[in-house]
Write a protein that binds this ligand. Sequence first.
Ligand code: IMP
Ligand code: MG
Length: 174
Amino acid sequence: MVSLPQPQVLFTNEEVKKAVVRLALEIKRDYLGKELLVVGILKGSFVFMADLIREMGLPVEVEFVQLSSYGTDKETSGRIKVVKRLTTPLRGRHVLVVEDIIDTGLSVNFLLNYLSKKKPASLKLCVLLDKMERRQVPVPIDYLGFAVPNKFIVGYGIDWNEKFRYLPDVCFIE
Ligand code: IMP
Ligand code: MG
C-alpha cells in the first residue's frame, strides 16, 4: 500500500465555521436588497461555498466554473484555461466569486479578467485562505477568511491529488 502524507490541523472546523459566519455577515450587509450570483471555482471551493451561502441567508443563485492549469501536483503553471463554463449570462448581475485558496494569484487573476469581460454590474472576490507569501500577481480580495503560511493545504474541500477533500478541518501536509 502506498502511504499518504499525514494531514495536520491548521484550523479546526469550528474555527473555520466562525470565519464563515463572519464573512457571511459582511457579505449579507453589502448585498442587502441586491440579487447576488455566487460563482464557485471547482472543485476546491465547493465545501466553503455550500457553508457560506447557507450562512448568508440571501436568495442567491449559484454557478460554477472550473479552471485547468498545466503544472506539477503542487503548483500552477500559469497557463490557465476555463474547462467548465458558466451556464448563465453575467451582464448586469452582481457577481461574487468564491475561491478556496489564493497562492500565486494567477488562476483568480485570469478568472476575474475573463468574468469582467462579461460586463457584470459588480464583481467581487471571497476567499477562504490567502497564501500571500507566494503571490506573483496582485489579487483584490474583498472578503478573506484567513491568511495562511506557505504550507500545502488540504481538507475542507481542498485536495492534494484529489485526496483529503472530505476532511472537515483545514489541514496542511509536509
Ligand atoms: P494560484 O493560481 O497559484 O493562486 O493557485 C490557485 C489554485 O491552486 C487554488 O484554486 C487551488 O486549487 C490550488 N492550490 C494552491 N495552493 C494550494 C494548496 O496549498 N493546497 C491545495 N491546492 C492549492
Ligand atoms: Mg482551486
